[in-house]
Design a binder for this molecule. Structure first.
Ligand code: FHN
Length: 444
């Protein structure tokens, strides 16, 4: 057919330079918001009096409690998020210092958050809400200058051609749905085409690729299919079978996808070339669970961001909005704290380069400005009267400042002792410090 003959093989034909140029904005962005939102926000961890076990994630409730399709579909009739305010969501992300948003266009449960032409199981056709959630978000992202991206599940527990034949065990063992290719060609690909053409996402973040029906050649084909729809788009490594467990980097050399996807963890060091993004929850679930209050502290989240940036990665931090359409307050509060920190320290995070010596001890992380003129030493704890750094040799007469403080700091350098930066007395009072959680020294 004509589409096949005009398909370009981007995997084979793109040069390293072209790939790097395509991914530059994403690498510079460093920090994004993950949004897991769908029907599972309604049960919120409890279905017909049965509560999900502790540690189980909210968006998996259909699978974990083995809810039959017809019974789960009832939630679509209740999906009416009257408090959904795209403008507010984008504002929250933007004020947190997040440069992009990755929202679940469709999660494993199969429910679509836009008006899909190939499905009746979407927010327009199956819910009383009847408004295109993705359209509202796309409009707001454009208005506020935040980059829109989609998460899309390959696994689908709802579509008869995709769900496991031994339902309700859901694609967990080797038994395969014989009609899976029909789902791919007649449903998944048309959906992806709609998403790319209608909303122009900058990233497609695939997931649910571990099912036995899916193969690496299919992943490569899908990668090229999406790139042909939008050549500049960025695609994660879960498009194929390359992902190595939760560590998320590639198991083999030629795996499809542009970046690795560590999940709930941070690489212990730098990657050997493959760009990467750590995705993480703020509590213990992706999709909203009303009983999950195990929130990470704002301090821990800031430290994670600094650690990831020092190792050259991105941080994709999740929120799970409620069925009414609100981002939970504890998430909003933590994001606001991160935004305040980034307003002072963002210079040491965004568009920086990673150093070979990216850390010193447990509490210092280093980054470097893109032009190599400055090194940033981020101290994850308050330093006291002096900060001693062994990894850094400043230039003669170098100006050293703490970000957020105007006056340059006094310093000495000694080949054996290293660099010693003096911290002025007035900064010893917590209230006088430029920010909380971590302190950045900009060294020429
Ligand atoms: O099963 C999903 C899970 O629900 C969630 O979406 C995370 C996010 O990275 N990914 C899968 C597990 O790897």
């Amino acid at each position: 057919s004509t589409t096949q003959t005009s398909m370009k093989d981007y995997i084979k034909e793109e040069t390293k330079e072209e790939r790097e140029a395509r991914m530059q904005w994403w690498k510079d962005a460093r920090f994004g918001m993950f949004i897991h939102w769908g029907l599972y926000a309604i049960p919120a961890g409890e279905h017909k009096g049965k509560v999900l076990e502790k540690g189980k994630i909210g968006e998996w409730i259909m699978n974990s409690l083995q809810i039959p399709v017809a019974e789960y579909e009832e939630y679509a009739k209740q999906f009416n998020p009257t408090k959904y305010d795209a403008k507010e969501w984008v504002r929250i992300a933007k004020e947190a210092g997040m440069k992009y948003i990755v929202i679940t266009s469709k999660h494993h449960d199969g429910f679509s958050l836009w008006d899909s032409q190939v499905s009746n199981y979407d927010v327009m056709d199956a819910s009383p809400y009847k408004k295109d959630i993705l359209q509202a978000l796309a409009d707001e992202c454009k208005a506020q200058g935040v980059t829109l991206c989609f998460y899309h599940s390959i696994m689908d527990w709802h579509h008869p051609d995709a769900q496991a034949p031994h339902y309700p065990e859901y694609n967990t063992d080797k038994k395969q749905n014989p009609n899976f290719n029909r789902y791919v060609e007649q449903y998944m690909k048309p959906q992806l085409k709609e998403l790319v053409e209608k909303y122009d996402p900058a990233v497609l973040w695939f997931d649910g690729e571990w099912i036995p029906e899916w193969t690496e050649p299919q992943g490569k084909e899908l990668y090229n299919f999406v790139r042909n729809l939008k050549p500049t788009i960025i695609i994660n490594n879960r498009v194929g079978k390359g992902r190595k467990g939760m560590q998320g980097m590639n198991e083999y050399e030629d795996a499809a996808g542009d970046f690795g996807t560590p999940e709930q963890e941070i690489l212990s060091g730098k990657s050997n070339g493959l760009p990467w993004e750590s995705c993480m929850t703020m509590n213990d679930t992706w999709g909203y669970r009303k009983d999950d209050n195990n929130w990470k502290s704002a301090e821990m989240l800031v430290h994670n961001l600094a650690d990831i940036a020092a190792k050259g990665g991105n941080y994709l931090l999740n929120v799970g909005p409620t069925a009414e359409g609100e981002i939970p307050k504890p998430s909003v509060e933590r994001l606001a704290e991160m935004g305040k920190w980034l307003q002072v320290n963002g210079e040491a995070i965004y568009a920086t380069k990673s150093l070979n010596n990216f850390k010193e001890g447990e509490t210092i992380r280093y980054t470097q400005s893109a032009d190599g003129q400055y090194v940033y030493a981020i101290s994850l704890k308050w330093v006291g009267n002096q900060l001693n750094l062994k990894n850094i040799t400043p230039k003669e007469g170098s100006e050293i400042k703490m970000l957020g403080v105007d006056t340059p700091l006094k310093w000495t350098y000694d080949a054996t002792k290293g660099l010693t930066i003096e911290i002025p007395k007035d900064l010893q009072a917590e209230a006088k410090r430029p920010c909380k959680y971590a302190y950045t020294f900009k060294i020429e």
